[in-house]
Design a protein around this ligand. Structure first.
Ligand code: GAP
Length: 428
């Protein structure tokens, strides 16, 4: 974990936020490489969950909205953690995580547990009174439920169909930590899949399989992933059955994604609270019903961290130790690095030409400083799948050397065929 956290800082994946002011309460900023990788994680999810399907459409709902949504969803009443204070050292803990002893000072003199609502409260408009209270959304899901009729009417979808959304969510976590595993501001990738009543269990099983396959297709090793079904006493207030996709973090197995059968809970609650029936009318059968929902809900930032942890490796190449991120090609921040053997003309000119050809298709890195061995190591460390070396021979034969990150094998490729070669090798 420490090695990955250091690498993230040193190479520009993830920085502690506001570091020049001493940081700010487990918030993080995604640097030049992190912003690319996080976007790749979200794009891979969007591609699999929306683009390649004919039964899912996308949505981007507002983060601020009426508190009535959270009243209806149950978040105002139930989205709480049990909180205790240590009377001796004044630290605050989640009661369910400490078994009666303060982890800071060892005291057992703790207050009774109180319910602490995890939603961030703010005020909309210039007056800070009860009528202007609003909350930052703690999940993206509710945006899909309150837009159910809009989507049905505008897209003429019929169950089974889904609405997908990727975006920021906020939770005032009492114990954030383990790097970006648990933060107060994070990104989610959620699908609400609406099905006819009675079909929930079948689709739940389907989505459990689909989601496990997604991680595996992106190179997550099978022995680092498992599906764990929740015991009845673990279920959220809206769920009739939940399974977690779990990842083996350095501290043990933990949640990566939750897949829940939300039944018709949300559509029913919003129908009751808004007075608008969020039903589906099946014209063929003349039937009117509240669809049930199966929800695969993943965290984009947490998923990015899991892929980084799974990809981190150290090996020895030609007698030299290296760090290598064995990231899937789709997730790697840069797909290709262009490395001229000299910083001088006319090689730089040729190398820049090669870079511009490749940049039209993929994010590329250009690096002309230090020895070529060092530059390879630098690219290995950030997971760049391919490196293209432009050498003096390139001036004569108009060809370059393509090196593979994982095998370190090198092949000579004519510049004219380079884009095709890279495309074949990336196979995106
Ligand atoms: N709509 C259902 C829902 O939000 P959840 O299990 O609370 O379910 C889904 O959240 C996913 O969002 C989690 O599996 C996790 O990946 C991510 N997530 C939740 N809270 C998080 C936090 N505080 N920091 C980072 N990621 C978080």
């Amino acid at each position: 974990m420490e090695k990955v956290v250091n690498l993230c800082k040193r190479r520009g994946f993830i920085f502690p936020s506001a570091e020049i002011y001493g940081g700010f309460r487990s918030t993080y900023d995604y640097g030049p490489l992190g912003v690319l990788m996080l976007r790749n994680v979200k794009d891979a999810w969007w591609r699999s969950m929306v683009q390649l399907r004919d039964d899912v459409v996308g949505l981007d709902a507002s983060i601020l909205s009426t508190p009535r949504i959270w009243e209806a969803s149950g978040h105002l009443a139930s989205f709480t953690d049990p909180l205790v204070d240590c009377r001796k050292c004044k630290e605050r803990w989640r009661a369910d995580q400490i078994s009666g002893v303060c982890p800071n000072c060892g005291s057992t003199d703790l207050t009774d547990a109180r319910a602490f609502n995890m939603m961030f409260k703010t005020f909309v408009g210039p007056v800070e009174d009860e009528s202007s209270v609003a909350y930052l959304r703690p999940e993206t899901a509710q945006g899909m439920f309150v837009n159910f009729l809009n989507v049905v009417q505008t897209t003429r979808r019929r169950p089974p169909f889904g609405i997908a959304q990727v975006g920021k969510s906020f939770r005032n976590e009492i114990t954030p930590g383990n790097f970006v595993f648990r933060t107060r501001e994070f990104e989610q990738m959620e699908l609400e899949y609406f099905v006819p009543p009675g079909d929930g269990p079948r689709w739940f099983e389907y989505w459990c399989n689909e989601r496990m396959q997604w991680y595996s297709d992106l190179g997550m090793p099978a022995d680092m992933l498992r599906l764990r079904h929740h015991d009845p006493d673990e279920l959220s207030h809206y769920s009739s059955g939940t399974a977690d996709v779990e990842f083996t973090y350095p501290w043990g197995w933990g949640e990566l994604e939750g897949i829940a059968q939300r039944t018709d809970y949300d559509l029913r609650q919003h129908s009751d609270h808004s007075g608008v029936r969020l039903e589906y009318f099946d014209q063929a059968s003349g039937e009117r019903y509240l669809p049930h929902v199966v929800e695969p809900a993943a965290g984009a930032t947490r998923t990015m961290m899991a892929f980084l942890l799974a990809a981190y490796d150290e090996d020895v190449v030609a007698g030299e130790a290296r760090t290598v991120l064995r990231l899937h090609r789709r997730l790697a921040p840069y797909k290709v690095a262009v490395l001229p053997l000299s910083k001088k003309e006319p090689l730089v000119d040729l190398a820049k030409g090669v870079l511009h050809r490749l940049q039209a298709h993929w994010f590329c890195e250009y690096d002309e400083t230090q020895s070529i061995g060092r530059r390879y190591r630098r690219q290995d460390e950030i997971g760049t799948p391919l490196a293209v070396t432009v050498d003096f021979e390139s001036l004569d034969d108009q060809a370059v050397t393509v090196r593979d990150r994982d095998t370190t094998e090198q092949v000579r490729v004519p510049i004219d065929k380079l884009v095709d070669e890279v495309r074949d090798r990336l196979a995106l």
